[in-house]
Design a protein around this ligand. Sequence first.
Ligand code: CP3
Length: 419
Amino acid sequence: MAAPLFILIRVSGRHADWRFVRGREGGDGFPGSFRALDLSQGTFGAAPLLLLSMIRASGPYEKESDHPEGLPDPSGAMTSRRRFMDACRCRPVDRPPIWMMRQAGRCLPEYRALKENYPFLELVRTPELATEVTLQPVRRFRFDAAILFSDILVVPEAMGQGYHFRDAGGIEMEFAIREAADIRRLSVDGIEERLHYVSDAIRLVKRELSQQTALLGFAGSPWTLANFMLEGGSTKTPARALELRRADEALFCRLMTKLTDAVIRFLRQQIAAGVDAVQIFDSHGGRLTAEEFDTGSGRWIREVIAGLESDIPVIIFSKGTRDFHSLLRSGANAISLDSGFDLGEASRIFPDDIAIQGNLDPQLLLALTPEELRVATHGLLRKMDRRPGYIFNLGHGVPPTAPLEGIASVVETVRNYHG
Ligand code: CP3
């Protein structure tokens, strides 16, 4: 077996003085499991935190151009990356690939440990830390795809509307958009420059995944971003975007046009940096009625996808939306379903060239034992047996308090499934 690869991340102080050291361990001695070592007592003296993260590589890095569909596994099995990419394109696979929305984050003790030293936005904006958080769930659970650790709200922030976390939970924007002048002030030009930390993180993650595991980039849909920006933060029942659309369609369109442009640029930037696929999160899609969905959200998602000018797979997750006609016309390769819609029914009504992702109810991770989760997971797999384009996922994000044994049970059930 090839020597493991290790990365030494040295951090001195909260306001990061960074070194990113990479090397290969020459001999045996590292069994191939992953380790985090605290070297704060070691040769680096005063640094308050040293994080050593060992990442096992199954071979020396190879150039992407050598293996456009992913490196072959030594055992002859499909690589995770290939399995994921093929499922997105509705090609036959050995078993459905699996990843979970919000797999990187609060459910993992290793994430919570990092959060003790760094606020969320520092994790997001520091490529080496964002890389570490992106890789954590892949190391622990061997998901077939990693999703870049970032946030949909970095786009409004780069346009001039910053945000922070409320002590009581949820997020708050620096201000709420109230009038035409607020929209005029949002700046799209040069957004790539202000989001360069995202492409830097993607390049680091890609190197670590070494073609074995797929990497997803993502963005919020223009409609979902508009909800946060008009509300001025997270609320349980956002209403202002709906109100603006009904009261002043021209102004609503002006905001949506700007957001669409920004999202296109952001996703193109991620694609240029090397993500394998992108997911668009339309988490507030279900706030629109079926009649309103296309003009309120669907149309803008369609423009985003057309604007990518790329043939990498696009997944659309529009929570609560039942205007499948609009989603099917969006140009997306895959539709990610929330838990409120039956997968078997989706499989019957969606065309064969559209992949389906989803949709285990995330609440089940809290309510069921690992054994019960195995049965529930098996039930979804059986429903999708005859469909090549199926990606296993949850119906929304992993709850922050989800027990790790339950997540592991779901992953193992999918990994061991062979039809
Ligand atoms: O693992 C992954 O899925 C990748 C990382 C990711 C995050 N946010 C990290 C995060 C992704 C894909 C997102 C998307 C996102 N961000 C969405 C769409 C998906 C969804 O859940 O509907 C939305 C609406 C946001 C905006 C956002 N980010 C809010 C409203 C909040 C605060 C509320 C909350 O869940 O705590 C966040 C914070 C956030 N984004 C966290 C993480 C891990 C929690 C931060 C922390 O306290 O550690």
